[in-house]
Design a protein around this ligand. Structure first.
Ligand code: FES
Ligand SMILES: [Fe+2]
Length: 450
């Protein structure tokens, strides 16, 4: 059963003084202090890398790597099923075998090789705008913590106490230091161990070895990305996004004039890739699954473009302004009147981050794997500053978005059931529209094989 988990609509007046810090997979906590907008330090855009590997970091890296080997090991007798179409071309290709969507070991392998090795969008700099702000989250079995340190920089850590592995922080908020709720070990906002009670008599104990384990962090525009691979030496996010990032900028997806409006979470009974596949079919399902949405679009001229780790779908607007009371149609019409009528742009950043950009509205969302047949989709909604006081518009956009999401949730759950049927294994791509999906599958496959 799909569970529609929550929809949080913070009023924009509240938003001005009390930043939202909703996070995927983290229990919400109210911010512990009110912060004024003019107290915000500048967002940092530097890659936050550990400078020198300590003994503890080396041992952590070793354990992570042994996990990869264990999943792949011939001793387990398990092998990822061969995907014969990985090299294409899309015109001749079949989709990956259904085991990719239902085998728990394939899911484990993805956790290690897709989610633990790529840059992943986990939040927005508004959530950690002031010194001491923090938020927590979890990707697969990896809990993380992002802070704005007293140095004004962003930092990320594994949210695991060095004493006996409790989470040192929960939810989100603002604090002067981190204190583990179990036995009270303390860490500063840069992750350094600061002290513990009753440690008299302990031997061979060096405070420098007890820091929280760092995670590499980088930003693109207002978005925070983490890379969970302790050995990652590749490019920062901007270089990694490459020409896709330049196009995202051209489309205004990093425009600072968009203000946070609300969030929503959907728990869906399907593999995370099923939800991405639905997004990446180049609009093929739109006329059938989203009839109201289709009225507002020139669906015959919907088109897609591939970049290195980003793909785009762009839909021009219907030539005639539709006359409908449906919230999604009305809201697209309002967007149309406000701008050049170019229509929405949809970006997919591999492996699980999506941005839908309208003239006056933007939503971002991440597909978070929970189990081989379960994922959570976390949405953040943003409204253009010029429309921020128009509560009716904001409400209408949120309602319209929810209708479209509910339509997609139903389809995705049906697909997961179908994938589990003994009658189905692989399907074909419709190459003229579904090539972004094929590109996504190739990227997943490439990661699983390396
Ligand atoms: S587990 Fe954190 S102080 Fe003991
Ligand atoms: Fe859809």
């Amino acid at each position: 059963m799909a569970a529609y988990v929550s929809l949080t609509n913070t009023s924009l007046e509240q938003q001005a003084v009390q930043p939202s810090c909703q996070q995927p997979l983290a229990a919400r906590q109210p911010a512990k202090r009110v912060r004024l907008a003019n107290q915000r330090p500048k967002a940092t855009a530097t890659v936050d890398r550990p400078k020198q590997e300590t003994a503890a970091e080396q041992s952590f890296a070793k354990r992570m790597n042994s996990n990869y080997e264990a999943v792949d090991s011939s001793q387990s007798g398990w092998r990822l099923e061969h995907w014969s179409s990985a090299d294409g071309p899309v015109e001749e290709a079949s989709t990956p075998p259904s085991s990719y969507y239902m085998d728990p070991q394939a899911f484990q392998l993805e956790t290690r090789k897709v989610f633990a090795r790529n840059w992943l969008a986990v939040g927005h700099t508004r959530q950690v705008a002031g010194i001491g702000d923090f938020f927590t989250g979890r990707l697969g079995d990896v809990p993380y913590l992002v802070t704005r340190g007293t140095d004004g920089e962003l930092h990320a850590f594994h949210n695991v106490c060095r004493h006996h592995a409790a989470a040192v922080a929960h939810g989100c908020g603002t604090t002067q230091q981190l204190q583990c709720p179990y036995h009270g070990w303390q860490y500063d906002l840069q992750g350094k161990f600061r002290g513990a009670t009753r440690t008299k008599g302990i031997k061979n104990f060096r405070a420098a070895d007890q820091a929280l384990m760092p995670i590499q962090l980088d930003t693109w525009g207002p978005f925070i990305f983490l890379n969970f691979d302790p050995k990652y030496q590749g490019p920062g996010v901007e270089e990694w996004l490459a020409t896709g990032g330049q196009a995202m900028h051209t489309y205004g997806m990093d425009n600072p004039d968009f203000m946070y409006a609300a969030s929503a979470d959907y728990d869906i009974d399907c593999n995370w890739k099923v939800y991405n596949d639905n997004y990446l079919d180049g609009g093929y399902h739109v006329p059938f699954a989203h009839p109201a949405f289709t009225e507002a679009l020139d669906i015959d001229n919907y088109h897609s473009k591939l970049h290195e780790v980003v793909s785009f779908q762009v839909s021009p607007l219907a030539q005639q302004e539709p006359n409908s009371e449906d919230p999604i149609v009305r809201s697209i019409t309002e967007n149309r009147r406000a701008g050049g009528g170019e229509g929405p742009k949809f970006a997919f950043v591999y492996p699980n981050f999506m941005i839908n950009k309208y003239e006056l509205w933007m939503d971002t969302f991440t597909t978070i794997p929970l189990a081989v047949d379960k994922c959570r989709v976390h949405f953040d909604y943003y409204v253009h500053r010029s429309k921020a006081d128009d509560k009716e518009f904001v409400q209408q956009m949120i309602e319209g978005e929810n209708i479209v999401q509910q339509e997609d949730v139903g389809l995705c759950q049906e697909v997961q059931k179908g994938l589990q049927s003994p009658a189905y294994d692989v399907g074909r791509y419709v190459p003229s529209t579904e090539f972004p999906m094929f590109h996504f599958h190739q990227q997943v496959h490439r990661d699983l094989m390396r």
